[in-house]
Ligand binder design. Structure first.
Ligand code: CO8
Length: 218
């Protein structure tokens, strides 16, 4: 599955919904045992949540956005398929979360690519670069960029050698507590997000963050 929402595959409400629908279709297709999640765009795997969607919108819209985030995460994390992230570019915040929800992560070794959880302090881009991500276990494998997809295919073949039912039950045992925790708290999790994101101070820092992104470019 190649993410393609230029310029940076940021996760808007529409894009999140599209990803979830595509995953759902694959999940229902009994002939599909695995999915490689990668980007069709150069240098970017996924820029995380679309900042424009978290800024100047209505509380209802924020609620819909967060619900779509939850749904996408649940679909990847709870998938019966083998899920491999072939991270062929930058992958901050929600992009990193997406990759972490997969079973295995292969990243292109490139000093210009970073991955990490920078959303805690929106406004600071995570300083991780790929070797650091490997060292701390954020990604499973680093390979030259042109080998990211072929390595994902080879890895998929190894995972396919494991009987599906054993893999699925083992995965479910490991992930069920986290998935159940979200499922039983989905509404309060949405409320928390809406309360947080509508705060004037957060809106202000998002605004500054976006301005800085644009300035950096100029
Ligand atoms: N949302 C909206 N627009 C974005 C985003 C984004 N996340 N990232 C970049 N853009 C825009 C830029 O403003 C720019 O717009 P324009 O062309 O109009 O000026 C355009 O995309 C291209 O961006 P750059 O010029 O910066 O492109 P680069 O290739 O130089 O850099 C990066 C790409 C590394 C992705 C860089 O843009 C960047 O660091 N972006 C910010 C990423 C970020 O901080 N995201 C945090 C989002 S918060 C979040 O994801 C919370 C997650 C919660 C959990 C989710 C679970 C799934």
């Amino acid at each position: 599955m190649r993410l393609q929402s230029p310029p940076v595959n940021s996760l808007s409400l529409d894009f999140l919904t599209e990803i979830s629908i595509s995953l759902e279709k694959l999940e229902m297709d009994k002939s599909c045992r695995g999915v490689v999640l990668t980007s069709a765009l150069p240098k970017i795997f996924c820029a995380g949540l679309d900042i424009m969607e978290m800024y100047g919108k209505s509380p209802e819209r924020y609620g819909e956005l967060w619900k779509a985030v939850q749904e996408m995460w649940l679909k990847i994390c709870g998938s019966n398929m083998v899920t491999i992230a072939a991270i062929n570019g930058n992958s901050p915040a929600g992009g990193c979360m997406m990759a972490l929800a997969c079973d295995y992560r292969i990243m292109a070794e490139n000093p210009h690519y970073s991955i990490g959880l920078n959303e805690v302090k929106l406004g600071i881009v995570a300083p991780f670069c790929a070797p650091e991500a490997l060292r701390i276990g954020l990604v499973d494998q680093l390979v030259p960029e042109e080998q990211v997809l072929s390595t994902a295919t080879e890895t998929m073949a190894k995972w396919f050698a494991v009987p599906d039912h054993a893999r699925q039950i083992t995965k479910s045992m490991m992930r069920k507590p986290t998935i159940d925790k979200l499922l039983s708290n989905q509404e309060s999790d949405i409320k928390n997000f809406v309360n947080f994101i509508t705060k004037e101070s957060i809106q202000q820092s998002l605004r500054m963050y976006m301005e800085n992104l644009k300035k950096r470019k100029a």
